[in-house]
Design a protein around this ligand. Structure first.
Ligand SMILES: Nc1nc2c(c(=O)[nH]1)N[C@H]1C(S)=C(S)[C@@H](COP(=O)(O)OP(=O)(O)OC[C@H]3O[C@@H](n4cnc5c(N)ncnc54)[C@H](O)[C@@H]3O)O[C@H]1N2
Ligand code: MOO
Length: 436
């Protein structure tokens, strides 16, 4: 059906002057006047880029959570941290040696006291004296310089003579507040919490941090044929493996705790599991049952649970039957059950959504390189081939079938062959999607 000339279609066409707008018959009942109207359509069999745009449009605003520092690795700081105190909190020696007044450096100085690290009583150094001091110890009041112990002659009478031509005022002293001043900005909101960032926050006495929260995720695995690993396979059974790879991929995104549940191909059990998951989670990942078979209930059950379909099926291989829907701010992905398809859909659609929701640094994923081998395909679907990139060129691997993971286990990227292409010849320039 052609909507040319109708109000809604006209307005969309005005907003996307470069694009041709094609509507399926079912969609024609929707009034499309705004970009929101477009994104709210229950799209079918769309392009990879449309799918990415639709997911992006429906992402909820990032949330925040307070975490103990030791659990904050990899998250993004959601609040600027202001230092409560100056660090170092006192002028501190950075060497094992002697604390002196710089103006006394030529004289013979009696060593009148000893200051180990951890000394809690402030000592006072008067003119013409030295004090033994150790790395990390507080400088005595009156001292301004530390001489390394290798650069002095120590007499039997416990006096020192300095042999350090290059000695400068303030040498080997860490001034109070030189790391950070009390009440100044210690770390800006948006900083990625690397091991060093966590160490730095600990060193300034910060115990808990406000970070962008990882979404709560529930995994639902569907299929009568699935058996847990560790048991013997009966006739017609397969090991349930998708939960392992998806949980591992989620862990790489900083999501460590994921609840998963296996449900048989039964409409009411699936509906109960999905309703429970929607109560508990921000994102539900359903796996399997998303295609067109008589036992593929995911799409129907999602609708019965009040989930609005945003799209079903993408013009891509593997992962063609991917479903995406929302219920208020909750996201529901129906990943295809074939293991390669599930993982590829995770990498292409779920991982970028998580990165945005968690405000993680955007990784450069798509790069241009050359392929070592030819690969032919028919136009119509974007192909994502399991492939290995060595820094110079990319090699498409064997075992591209979506039920197989053998070569995926060796892959570090996906080689992208565009929807309308016939494939590639050896040496052709291609885009790859990096996985590591
Ligand atoms: N007539 C058609 N049949 C199929 C089409 C189609 O367009 N027309 N699409 C095919 C494509 S492409 C895919 S991908 C699959 C997706 O199917 P489902 O999402 O419905 O997945 P299932 O049928 O439940 O399972 C597919 C396959 O994967 C195995 N599986 C499922 N879950 C797991 C798991 N957790 N761990 C390990 N293996 C799993 C399952 O046993 C099947 O072998 O549909 C095609 N069919
Ligand atoms: O899209 Mo399916 O994922 O080709 O096997």
């Amino acid at each position: 059906m052609c909507l040319e000339g109708q109000q809604g279609a006209k307005k969309v066409a005005e907003q996307f002057p470069e694009d041709r707008v094609v509507f399926y018959y079912e969609d024609a009942k929707y009034d499309i006047d705004t970009q929101d109207d477009y994104f709210n359509l229950p799209h079918q069999f769309i392009s990879v880029q449309q799918a990415k745009d639709i997911i992006h449009h429906h992402l909820p605003a990032p949330k925040q959570i307070q975490l103990p520092l030791e659990e904050a690795l990899g998250y993004t700081l959601a609040q600027t941290v202001v230092a409560r105190q100056s660090i170092p909190a006192f002028p501190q020696s950075s060497m094992d040696g002697y604390a002196i007044r710089y103006s006394d450096k030529e004289g013979e100085l009696p060593v009148v006291d000893k200051i180990p690290a951890g000394t809690t009583v402030e000592k006072i150094l008067t003119e013409g004296q030295a004090m033994r001091i150790y790395t990390g110890a507080p400088l005595p009041q009156g001292a301004d310089t530390v001489v390394m112990q290798e650069k002095v002659d120590l007499s039997d009478a416990n006096t020192i003579q300095i042999r350090d031509e290059a000695l400068q005022l303030g040498d080997n002293v860490r001034p109070q507040g030189s790391e950070v001043q009390a009440d100044s900005i210690a770390m800006l909101k948006g900083t990625s919490l690397t091991p060093a960032a966590i160490g730095y926050l600990a060193s300034i006495g910060c115990r808990d941090v406000l970070v962008t929260a990882p979404p709560r995720i529930q995994l639902i695995l569907t299929g009568d044929e699935l058996k847990p690993i560790g048991t013997a396979l009966g006739y017609g059974e397969v090991y349930e493996s998708n939960s392992y790879q998806l949980k591992a991929a989620l862990q790489q995104q900083g999501i460590l705790h994921v609840e998963s549940r296996h449900v048989p191909d039964d409409r009411s059990q699936l509906q109960a599991a999905l309703e429970h998951a929607l109560d508990e989670a921000d994102i539900v990942l359903l796996v399997g049952g998303v295609s067109v078979g008589d036992y593929d209930y995911v799409v129907d059950v999602a609708k019965a649970c009040g989930i609005k379909q945003r799209f079903h099926r993408i013009r891509q291989k593997p992962g063609k039957p991917l479903f995406f829907g929302t219920q208020n701010e909750k996201l529901v992905f129906g990943l295809p059950g074939n293991p390669s398809s599930a993982l590829t859909c995770f990498y292409l659609y779920v991982a970028p959504a998580l990165e945005r929701m968690m405000q993680l640094p955007q990784r450069t994923r798509s790069i241009k390189t050359h392929t070592t081998h030819a690969y032919s395909k028919k136009p119509g679907l974007t192909h994502f081939l399991k492939a290995r990139y060595d820094g110079h060129a990319v090699e498409p691997l064997h075992a591209q079938e979506s039920y197989r993971l053998q070569s995926y286990a060796q892959a570090n990227c996906l080689l992208i062959l565009e929807e309308d292409s016939n494939g590639c010849a050896a040496g052709d320039e291609v885009f790859i999607h990096l996985l590591t």
